[in-house]
Design a protein around this ligand. Structure first.
Ligand code: NDP
Length: 446
């Protein structure tokens, strides 16, 4: 235990009581950064880390809407505008019943470093609601999105804050929110990313987080002269990120044997091939069904209430949610021969799971580096909107691959140990920090 980290964390805990996920995210960064800041007193004297850990602004609001039975429903709405030192606030919106201030602050905090790592000019933010789209009709989702945007529209804008999707917010929700913003402002602008192709969206944006997570794993594998070819991969989740991580890993010659949702996971020893994946996409994105139906359809095992980390694999890609890999899960993965973990989700590994990965020399890519592909292509969507053009699929994919390679290089630059191995956690934290810190120093005490 580093007493400097403990002192810093005591301040964070006192100022933000009860926000356990936020404390967890800040601690992970503080452990990498405090020794670095001690060597760079300019950052220390300007209290850069203390300032980064305090949101520039938090907007909290009521979201009233009327369900199909004519009953009034009330949800909470949030937008955390965390840091705008290097660009307008940028980060997703999450609709999930577990959403609270702590979760959104941890996500917004991570986003600051992630966006910086992409090298694009984007600050950090995050927002959402405790609204649960599951089990709601399209009409109810639309009513909710319109009410949510009626308030949010006062606080965002293409030069101020540009939200995107996250858990529970996909193309459908972005569409309803964009429509309402346009109606209220009488402006067709790139105020949201993840838009449909026909109305300003970028090609490859839906694929970007999942593809990027695989590209990052590919770069880590390359350091050991290895590839995805012939590897067995365990993936959690079955939403946007999981689907495209499955597609890319499979196209590189790997066999993806698991997918999951909040009810359980499926184990398909033959691999989730492109045909089965297409079926999953229809199930999750259109029918909005459950993964248990996959087990029935393809006659494979379904593990109710469990996560997929007991499955034997070489590579694990957690793509569902935070804290979904515990220390025990990490130890099981390692025992079964898993040697690469690339995080599609944000903070999916608990603090002691991360310690286990680092201790055993696993190629471990933390979310703020490994899943930065999504926000990177969101940044490219903003560029295309501003230029009023749209790039071809190949062009966007090539840029995404380059960005993921550059993020990997940054992690190596700041995270290489004396023995040549790489601590990607330290690399991502310091690599993401420096650009933001320099901008904050230049802009004074604001
Ligand atoms: P989706 O809503 O498309 O999918 C989420 C998936 O995770 C679903 O399969 C869902 O299951 C499962 N899940 C959600 N919450 C839980 C939970 N509490 N326990 C178990 N499973 C759960 O979201 P995304 O794919 O967009 O996001 C997945 C992760 O990736 C999140 O951590 C998100 O922050 C991160 N991320 C997403 C980006 C993006 O571009 N979309 C960018 C960067 C990171 P169910 O259907 O049962 O809810």
């Amino acid at each position: 235990m580093d007493p400097r980290v403990e002192k810093f964390m005591a301040g964070i805990t006192a100022k933000n009581p009860g926000e356990v996920e936020f404390h967890q995210a800040v601690r992970e960064v503080a452990e990498s950064l405090i020794p670095f800041i001690e060597e760079n007193p300019r950052y220390k004297h300007a209290k850069i880390l203390e300032r980064i850990a305090e949101p520039e602004r938090i907007v909290l609001f009521r979201v009233p809407w009327i369900d199909d039975k004519g009953e009034i429903q009330i949800n909470k709405g949030y937008r955390i505008e965390m840091n705008s030192a290097i660009g307008p606030y940028k980060g997703g919106i999450r609709f999930h019943p577990t959403v609270n201030l702590s979760i959104l602050k941890f996500l917004a905090f991570e986003q600051v470093f992630k966006n910086s790592l992409t090298t694009l000019p984007m600050g950090g933010g995050k927002g959402g609601s405790d609204f649960d789209p599951k089990g709601k009709t399209d009409n109810e989702v639309m009513k909710f999105c319109q009410s949510f945007m009626t308030e949010l529209s006062r606080h965002i804008g293409p030069e101020t804050d540009i939200p995107a999707g996250d858990i529970g917010v996909g193309g459908r929700e972005i569409g309803y929110m964009f429509g309402q913003y346009k109606r209220l402002r009488n402006e067709f602008t790139g105020v949201l990313t993840g838009k449909g192709r026909e109305w300003g969206g970028s090609l490859i944006r839906p694929e970007a987080t999942g593809y990027g997570c695989v590209y990052f794993a590919q770069a880590m594998l390359q350091t050991r002269d290895d590839t995805f070819d012939g590897k067995t991969v365990a993936i959690s989740g079955s939403g946007n990120v999981a689907q495209f991580a499955t597609e890319k890993a499979t196209s590189l010659g790997a066999k993806v044997v698991t997918l999951s949702d909040s009810n359980g996971f499926i184990y398909d020893p033959a691999g989730i091939d492109p045909e089965k994946l297409e079926w999953v996409m229809e199930l999750k994105n259109i029918k909005r069904g459950r993964m248990s139906e996959y087990a029935e359809k393809f006659g494979v095992e379904y593990y109710q209430g469990q996560r997929p980390w007991s499955a034997k694999c070489d590579i694990a890609l957690p793509c569902a949610t935070e804290n979904e890999i515990t220390k025990e899960d990490a130890e099981t993965l390692i025992k079964n021969g898993c040697f690469v973990v690339s995080e599609g989700a944000n903070m999916p590994s608990t603090t002691d799971a991360v310690e286990a990965f680092l201790h055993h020399g696993i190629l471990y890519g933390p979310g703020k580096a490994a899943n930065a592909g999504g926000v990177a292509v969101s940044g490219l969507e903003m560029t295309q909107n501003a230029m009023r053009i749209s790039w071809q699929r190949e062009e966007v994919d090539a840029k995404l691959q380059q960005i993921m390679k550059n993020i990997h290089e940054t992690c190596v630059r700041f995270g290489q140990n004396e023995d040549g191995s790489v601590n990607y956690v330290r690399g991502a934290n310091i690599g993401g920090f420096v650009k933001v810190a320099e901008a904050m120093l230049a802009q004074g005490a604001v």
